[in-house]
Design a protein around this ligand. Structure first.
Ligand code: HEM
Ligand code: NAG
Length: 302
């Protein structure tokens, strides 16, 4: 038992460097950020037929060991896809701190080992063919479906980047403290509309958040000496109980949506409507008439 577990971790460590290495030299054009490649459905049909099936198997296997990987993979895909080049998977080196080690991402991102185990199998089956960025996109799609969410096709053809800088993360990833204008600008910079933003925020119906991500709302919001007045009082009391004021433990987490934390349903929107969104950025979706209307419609269905 013990040695098996050990073996697993050794494998993971080796595969991490494999994924990082492949991004450098698997024949993907070297270079820049972003991803201009044209994406195609069934991209690997001829070159690596088992690609999507292998990813799905690895996701299922991971969810059996920890269902939280579903949320981790969805979040990781979103964060990576302010680029979609798998640069989130690259490791820090002596002279560069990579994205994954930005304080925004470390230690809260999870799911690296799932991508890596799929990559290891695909490197056996069809060496140098499947990109890490596509694996991550497929894995997020499968996580959504396996959590009871919508099914959608994911075209392939993303190319892995070689540049990953922690210093770029704060400018590219929206913060939980953002207001509606800041959020809208952040999504617009990636070609996403406000409507896309409200839809995608629905992912906050699964997974967890560290107390440190929202504790600014609980005790001394904007240096007022009180909690964020927008928060529903009973919900605030629950959060204060889960995240005590005295030196918030960086390891403490709460579910993003406490009633069905593992189901990709519409209860997130119900929560936001009742001022139970965990982050200021969730609450912010009520700040304009059109976004609030979309939240309401998403909560009640149509
Ligand atoms: C609207 C702007 C967004 C902000 C400010 C934001 C911020 C955050 C933060 C701070 C966390 C908590 C991480 C932790 O403490 O462990 C989180 C978790 C999460 N986010 Fe977002 N996010 C946003 C949009 C999105 C989008 C568009 C998606 C995917 C479509 C997404 C998916 C997730 C998921 C699934 C989790 C749970 C992760 C886990 O359980 O490991 N988020 N987000
Ligand atoms: C709230 O934060 C402000 C600014 O950091 C600080 O001056 C003030 O003492 C804090 N109030 C409480 C009640 O902790």
């Amino acid at each position: 038992m013990g040695s098996n577990k050990m073996g697993w971790w050794v494998t993971v460590a080796v595969v991490y460097s494999l994924c990082a290495l492949l991004a450098m030299c698997a024949g993907f054009p070297a270079g820049g950020r972003g991803n201009g490649a044209a994406l195609q459905p069934s991209f690997y049909e001829a070159t690596c037929p088992p690609a999507e099936m292998v990813v799905r198997q690895e996701v299922i296997r991971a969810l059996h060991s920890d269902i939280g990987f579903a949320a981790g993979l969805v979040r990781m895909h979103f964060y990576d896809c302010f680029g979609c080049d798998a640069s989130i998977l690259l490791e820090s080196t002596l002279d560069n701190t990579a994205e994954r080690d930005s304080p925004v991402n470390n230690p809260s991102l999870r799911g690296f080992e799932v991508v890596d185990s799929a990559m290891a199998r695909l490197e056996d089956a069809c060496p140098g063919v499947v990109s890490c960025a596509d694996i991550l996109a497929f894995a997020a799609r499968d996580s959504v479906a396996l959590s009871g969410g919508p099914r959608y096709d994911v075209p392939g053809g993303r190319r892995d980047g070689t540049v990953s800088m922690a210093s770029e993360v704060p400018d590219n990833i929206p913060a939980p403290t953002f207001n509606l204008d800041q959020l809208t600008r952040s999504f617009a910079a990636k070609g996403l509309t406000q409507e896309d933003m409200v839809t995608l925020s629905g992912a906050h119906t699964i997974g967890r958040a560290h107390c440190t991500a929202f504790s600014d709302r609980l005790y001394n919001f904007s240096a007022t000496g009180a909690a964020d007045p927008a928060l529903d009082p009973p919900f605030l009391a629950q959060l204060q109980h889960a995240c005590p004021a005295s030196g918030v433990d960086p390891g403490l987490v709460v579910p993003m949506e406490p009633r069905t934390p593992y189901a990709l349903d519409t209860l997130y929107y119900w929560g936001v409507l009742r001022n139970r969104g965990l982050f200021a950025s969730d609450q912010a979706l009520l700040a304009s008439a059109p976004t609030a209307a979309q939240v309401r419609q998403s909560a009640y269905g149509s």
